[in-house]
Design a protein. Structure first.
Length: 52
């Protein structure tokens, strides 16, 4: 199951099994954060509300 990763530099999001080494959008070696359960589409965890 893929996770959703978001580039902390440009905000680009992508679904992948692991965060990319280089951002496909800004082409920098950005830090990617796992936002899988921070997005509205994910209804699997009650922590969603806390995380906004
Ligand atoms: Zn980026």
């Amino acid at each position: 199951m893929d996770s959703t990763y978001k580039c902390t530099n440009c905000g680009y999001t992508l679904e992948a099994p692991a965060p990319p080494e280089e951002c496909p959008s800004c082409h920098e070696k950005c830090e990617f954060v796992d936002v899988t359960c921070y997005i509205p589409e994910c209804k699997g965890r009650p922590t969603d509300e806390r995380l906004g």
